[in-house]
Design a protein around this ligand. Structure first.
Ligand SMILES: [Ca+2]
Ligand SMILES: [Ca+2]
Ligand SMILES: [Ca+2]
Ligand SMILES: [Ca+2]
Length: 293
């Protein structure tokens, strides 16, 4: 004998085997589902799918490789929990639309933060731009259109001066007053090392990298100026220990110096006006600056 109506899983949707009333439950043994569900391809396995490839089945659980949403903005990288800029969608579900990501709210980017900062191809594929921002911050735009803002110098009002270390994910930052320098991995916002240069503030700066001691290691050269006072500071970068290994600085009175014209040849640093060298400094083997009068 048959039943008049059948709803074995008691989800309110009848099975199609009833004698009087038939229903459409696609699986009357599973109370969590009563009709075919659409699932979306999730190739990068981050729980976010795309609507270009879908599948339909009678299950409340997505099959392997599929997600129950079409919210992935980039299905080649893991970016769940990351706000994407300019798509008018609150991707990270915090109630704000298209805001910048922060490490405190979003954690480091789940995909890009794992890349090796010295892998040039990986860095190229991940980082679109790095810009200095006010209050000692930098703003990093990634290839998935997410933007991360990292605070590097706390309590500092102006924009830091920023220099990329070769084609890597490492950046060197001098704070607005030229008092502190930081070595940052922009892929995850980590400060690798930081060091204090002086208490004295400067107003303009120029950064460059050169191998001052001919040991195949790049050194950081920082020229800073306040009126006629020019400070030249150097810092050795130890890529093995990821530390500023040594630093020195010298302050000279040299009106007319154009910081951007600072030239480095071998172990000699020249401060120049438009055309000629005004001050020559030499870097010793011990990484000290000596002023050649
Ligand atoms: Ca995905
Ligand atoms: Ca993704
Ligand atoms: Ca948001
Ligand atoms: Ca968004």
């Amino acid at each position: 004998v048959g039943y008049l109506r059948v709803d074995v899983d008691r989800d309110g949707v009848l099975d199609d085997s009833g004698l009087v009333e038939t229903g459409t439950d696609c699986n009357d043994a599973d109370g969590t589902v009563s009709s075919d569900q659409t699932y979306y391809l999730d190739e990068d396995g981050d729980g976010l799918g795309v609507d270009t490839t879908t599948t339909s089945l009678c299950s409340s659980v997505p099959p392997d490789g599929y997600a129950d949403n079409a919210a992935d903005t980039n299905d080649t990288i893991v970016n769940d929990g990351v706000e994407i800029d300019d798509d008018n969608i609150d991707n990270d579900g915090d109630g704000k639309v298209d805001e910048a990501n922060t490490k405190s709210e979003n954690d480091a980017h789940p995909e890009y933060s794992t890349y090796d900062p010295l892998d040039e191809a990986a860095v190229d594929s991940a980082v679109v731009s790095v810009r200095a921002k006010k209050s000692g911050k930098i703003r990093v735009r990634f290839a998935d259109d997410s933007v991360y803002v990292y605070t590097i110098f706390k309590g500092v009002n102006g924009k830091p001066t920023v220099l990329q270390y070769l084609d890597s994910g490492y950046y060197l930052l001098l704070d607005k007053a030229g008092k502190k320098v930081a070595w940052v991995n922009v892929l995850n916002g980590a400060v690798i090392d930081r060091t204090k240069l002086s208490k004295r503030g400067y107003t303009t700066h120029h950064l460059q990298l050169a191998d001052l001691r001919n040991d195949d290691r790049k050194d950081l050269i920082m020229t800073s100026r306040k009126r006629a006072q020019v400070r030249v500071a150097i810092a050795a970068l130890n890529l093995t220990k990821l530390q500023f290994q040594q630093q020195d600085q010298i302050v000279v009175t040299a009106p007319g110096v154009k910081l951007a014209n600072t030239t480095v040849v071998g172990n000699t640093i020249d401060l120049r006006d438009q055309r000629v060298a005004i001050v020559n400094l030499i870097v010793t083997k011990a990484h000290r600056l000596v002023w050649l009068q």
